[in-house]
Write a protein that binds this ligand. Sequence first.
Ligand SMILES: C[C@@]1(CC(=O)O)C2=NC(=C\c3[nH]c(c(CCC(=O)O)c3CC(=O)O)Cc3[nH]c(c(CC(=O)O)c3CCC(=O)O)/C=C3\N/C(=C\2)[C@@H](CCC(=O)O)[C@]3(C)CC(=O)O)/[C@H]1CCC(=O)O
Ligand SMILES: NC(=O)c1ccc[n+]([C@@H]2O[C@H](COP(=O)([O-])OP(=O)(O)OC[C@H]3O[C@@H](n4cnc5c(N)ncnc54)[C@H](O)[C@@H]3O)[C@@H](O)[C@H]2O)c1
Length: 253
Amino acid sequence: MEKAADSFMETRYYPLFVSLDERLCLVVGGGSVGERKIRTLLRFGAKVLLVSTECTPWLKAQHEGGNIHLLGDVYDKNLLHGVDLVFAATSDKALNERIANDAHSLRVWCNMATDPEKGSFIVPSVFEQGPLTIAISTGGLSPAVARQIREKLEDQFGREWAIMLSFMGLLRKAIQSKGLKSDQNQLIFREMARLPLIGWIQNNQRDQAFQAIYDICGSWIGWDELTQLWNEAWNPYSSSSLPSLTASEPSDI
Ligand SMILES: C[C@@]1(CC(=O)O)C2=NC(=C\c3[nH]c(c(CCC(=O)O)c3CC(=O)O)Cc3[nH]c(c(CC(=O)O)c3CCC(=O)O)/C=C3\N/C(=C\2)[C@@H](CCC(=O)O)[C@]3(C)CC(=O)O)/[C@H]1CCC(=O)O
Ligand SMILES: NC(=O)c1ccc[n+]([C@@H]2O[C@H](COP(=O)([O-])OP(=O)(O)OC[C@H]3O[C@@H](n4cnc5c(N)ncnc54)[C@H](O)[C@@H]3O)[C@@H](O)[C@H]2O)c1
């Protein structure tokens, strides 16, 4: 099937979680879209360079605080050298298109605000709950719906998910250190993932959770070790910072 370059429907966007730690991201355009993209980029540890004729007050403050680098108000193709991602976020459609073309010729990944299909990646709606990251895309069809889905999921995935995942991560490491065969590990982890841990965490039913986990892997993990891992997983979420949970913090068995 021939690909229509101007159609979102024809583009299959490959979802990917990339590390932006210390990566250079050039944003051209410091209006509301540029600001939104930069807020997310900074949250994920990118180094942000900005070119814009005007900047929002928040972006000015970021520049003054040394959190982003302002490279002036004139875009030039040479600025793309050494850059990992570029965001063409000006209100000047022709300039955005030029940036997308330059990026294409230099093989720099480009997000394009005015004609997104002319860029090479789009940005999903994202939220994090501890180690859990949920990213939503409508393939560019409706960013407003992507946002609505994010808001719904945010209500659904509260702090108990962060605690559960931290605990599962610790438990997984502990079991992996016991030197079992990988198919045995796999069986254990799959069985544990089926347990209703979320409900037990929400209701602080630690004994129930321990008993069920013990039934699965009690031959390798002792009760004391389980207690230690459970407490470690709960530690960052003391009852004061966990308003969505009704249960109190776990006490020692
Ligand atoms: C998810 C999010 C991430 C972020 O930007 O950080 C994001 N847009 C967000 C919000 C949002 N953007 C717009 C509205 C107004 C309502 C509406 O138009 O629907 C709202 C809603 C709001 O603000 O409430 C307007 C808009 N957006 C694009 C165009 C141009 C076009 O479609 O041609 C226009 C029209 C401009 C005009 O009409 O002039 C294009 C894109 N916006 C994308 C991402 C990519 C596709 C994502 C996907 O696959 O769904 C894509 C394709 C390219 C890109 O930018 O990467 C963020 C939600 C953050 C959150 O979770 O709250
Ligand atoms: N992709 C998205 O998520 C999304 C969302 C809303 C709007 N848009 C589109 O993106 C464009 C930007 O939206 P906005 O709300 O940020 O607009 P805006 O007017 O708030 O900001 C535009 C920015 O671009 C800068 N700019 C304009 N011409 C420039 C040039 N030649 N060189 C350097 N900087 C220049 C301006 O100084 C300003 O800071 C709009 O035209 C809109 O169609 C995209």
